[in-house]
Ligand binder design. Structure first.
Ligand SMILES: Nc1ncnc2c1ncn2[C@@H]1O[C@H](COP(=O)(O)OP(=O)(O)O)[C@@H](O)[C@H]1O
Ligand SMILES: [Mg+2]
Length: 257
């Protein structure tokens, strides 16, 4: 059975898009067929993260019934498939977010794992994406404003009767100011699926328009995403064994990978 996973957050800028594409790339690294849909139509950025900011046929065309869902699917070099949204403000005015649900089965038939990158907040747009979910995964940072907003998103998802798989904590700096995972778990009352460290490599991956998991598969944050992905798809993965060996490190340093 194909699975539709919605990546949601209360607060913007917490790392949703980064998580959607890296979880997708992590599942792909385990041989799974993955499609990431940019359901954040008002401020789309899957395309920006993955080098397809403007494509001839986007999600917008599908929702306006000007194209079939499969015509809006693009293959990314990392191996994942994507459906980008249009960046055009003119296109945005024509959009009716609630149309998304009419395509649920079509989208689900396009890949084994369909990941929806949702917009932040609790507006119509985020709700329309969440309504599509078989399961919701929250993204938050370990700080109070992000956690309180995440709590609201949880309430909304529960109101829609959507199962919440858990929360992924991103940009974790491990300093004294952050909320520890136990506190997050107690506050949100959902499992903490994993913690992604703050890492400059994410800037490198943004610049190179490729998921970090694909570019730096053995880095700490990549292994953290892979651990979460492995648990989600129920396969064995040993993060310690997936570390870079000394010889690989030296090769990387010399630029002869
Ligand atoms: N773990 C991380 N470490 C460092 N930077 C990160 C991390 N996760 C995300 N970022 C950066 O934070 C910014 C916002 O992330 P993004 O995924 O676009 O957030 P959202 O989709 O929630 O608005 C981006 O510049 C991204 O590269
Ligand atoms: Mg985003």
């Amino acid at each position: 059975m194909n699975r539709m996973i919605v990546i949601a957050s209360g607060k913007g800028g917490v790392g949703k898009t980064t998580t959607a594409i890296n979880l997708g790339a992590a599942m792909r690294s385990f041989g799974k067929d993955v499609l990431v849909i940019d359901a954040n139509m008002s401020t789309p950025n899957v395309g920006i993260h993955l080098n397809s900011p403007e494509v001839p046929i986007s999600l917008n065309h599908v929702l306006q019934r000007k194209a079939q869902p499969q015509e809006a699917v693009y293959s990314h070099e990392s191996g994942i498939k994507i459906i980008p949204s249009s960046l055009s403000v003119k296109e945005l005015k024509k959009l009716k977010f609630e149309k998304l649900r009419e395509f649920r089965n079509d989208f689900k038939s396009l890949a084994e794992y369909v990941i929806l990158d949702c917009s932040a907040g609790l507006g119509k747009e985020a709700m329309s994406a969440m309504e599509m979910a078989d399961e919701v995964i929250l993204v938050s940072n370990p700080e109070m404003p992000a956690i309180t907003d995440a709590l609201k998103t949880i309430k909304v998802a529960q109101g829609l009767k959507k199962p919440i798989t858990g929360v992924i904590m991103t940009r974790v700096k491990k300093n004294d100011y952050e909320l520890p995972p136990e506190t997050v778990k107690d506050m949100l009352e959902v499992p903490v699926l994993g913690m992604i460290p703050e890492d400059e490599l994410f800037q490198d991956s943004l610049r190179r328009k490729n998921p970090l998991v694909h570019l730096h598969p053995k880095s700490k944050p990549a292994r953290a995403y892979k651990e979460i992905a492995a648990r989600l798809i129920n396969i064995e993965y040993d993060s310690d064994k997936d570390r870079e060996t000394l010889i690989e490190k030296i090769r990387g340093f010399l630029g002869v990978r």
